[in-house]
Design a protein around this ligand. Sequence first.
Ligand code: X5A
Ligand code: ZN
Length: 647
Amino acid sequence: MAMAGESSNNNYGDCDGKSHRKVGLVYDETMCKHDTPNGEDHPECPDRIRVIWEKLQLAGVSQRCVVLGGSKAEDKHLQLVHTKDHVSLVKSLSTKKKDYRRNRIASQWNSIYLNGSSSEAAFLAAGSVVELAEKVAEGELDCGYAIVRPPGHHAEPDEAMGFCLFNNVAVAASYLLDERPELGVKKILVVDWDVHHGNGTQKMFWKDPRVLFFSVHRHEHGGFYPAGDDGDYNMVGEGPGEGFNINVPWEQGRCGDADYLAAWDHILIPVAKEFNPDIVLLSAGFDAAIGDPLGGCRVTPYGYSVMLKKLMEFAQGKIVLALEGGYNLDSIAKSSLACVQVLLEDKPIQGSSEAYPFESTWRVIQAVRKKLSAYWPSLADVLSSNLIDQKTPTPIIVFSSSDSETEDYADDILDQMSRLNIENHHVDTASTSWRRDLSKVDVWYASFGSNMWKPRFLCYIQGGQVEGMKKVCVGSMDKTPPKQIMWESFPHRLFFGRESSVTWGVGGVAFINPLSDLNDRTHMCLYRITLEQFNDVLFQENGLKVDSDSPLFDLDTLQLVEKKGSTPLASGGWYGDIVCLGKEGDIPILTMTCTLSAFEKFKSGEIPLRPPSEAYVNTMVRGLVEGGRLSEEEAKAYIDNAASKPL
Ligand code: X5A
Ligand code: ZN
């Protein structure tokens, strides 16, 4: 039953007598009861659907819609896409059980929390989308929006994940196809504009040509959640379903209206015309919205409204939106309102798009078109160079040598906006709960190699690439720049080793002897960052991804290294040892170098000593000179000396 108060009426007529479309809205306060077991903060929070509902009420649009309360999914409908075991397991999570049993179950899944009301909410979320889709397919409603949680698109046949328990949209699609043949729905277009790949939906219809699944998402070559190859554009489906799965995998964040609309105009819309669906289901996550703390993209409410408008040209406007992700409360409320106004066919939403798609966007769109043109002739034409020349250059972060580098970029102001929101929405899943604790502790990270040049080091924090680097850094999760910078020298031996590196190509990179040597000194640039950021630097230095479930260097290890001076890590990478160089005030000074055993191998020649490449030397020199540490001549001589002396 909806607790929507006086708005729960069926009076969808407008006072001006103009006939509007009959738009269904599902809202049920019961779905707010699904929450973290101990009230911990989580981005997928009950307020998400509340703020959307309140926005629609305040704007006076819910009053013009047909409001439905939630309804529970039937087991047999859930089992159209989920295993029997999965359905029973979710059902068994009811109020009677103890928290610890639920926590155990949740911990076996990726990014899932559970409480006594999770099961009920999951059944309601799926059932509500089924009910709304049924009413639209029957013609009782023209279209609708199910404001549901938990979301669904990550849920796989036998697995909950990514905040999703049941795959709400997939259940509804299968219900129409398999349980209601008399409604005549034979072909369904499922569009997934949530910023994450709809891995669950893809799996469920992988071999099914009745469902054309289109997902546009951040992918970053498999680095973005849900990581891996599933979201790649090569994943086109199999058997009879071959060609009916379309992924548009963004290579970078910051994608906005122009990028999404380019994917619409040059992939989705032409294919949808050929496919000619009987109904459209939209996995409407709003985490690609500007300001979202997880998405890092910048789609505006206007952008969403245009994307939706274009989809309403199909299936005589029969379209059902189901909420998926979206974690900035303000952004999801505004985006939802814009969408409902489009469903109601109100006057067009005002707005305009940023000028052009990114260069990487055109690259992705061309790759998708090429791959899918085997199945969809409308994608076969090569895009004109006039078109793809209209682009925003990829914001590779190349700094000026001034101190106000990043401020020059209007782009980054927007990023800072979304960072403000991260503060209020701690992501508290297995992959990120450690971050909260470690973000409260400051350390000095002492750099002695290329990181001494601040712009180079900032690539590890903010992402990007500077002159001479062969690779773009992803940056840290927390992109706050260092709070303080200072220089010091320490009694350790600097040397250069390894044949070549991914970042710098041929030539050695800098290490220090993990043990101190009072006869030697190494210049170091110290950055005051959080221990969380220090871990992200460690991940990147060791060639690991930054979305790890656990830190490489935690509070216990910090205590240990403060006591013992140095400690090896389980990184397996080149910088597998942390050295504590002392303290500055209360804050420990840490650096990373090779392990003692690797150092022995450098000494014996088992691992090669090599002078650094020219680019690497230049970067170090710039660091030492711009940091006011040495003159250019002195810096070159210092590096030369370290590179030529035997260990
Ligand atoms: C539905 C949705 C995101 C999961 C992110 C997990 N899930 N780190 O947006
Ligand atoms: Zn998402």
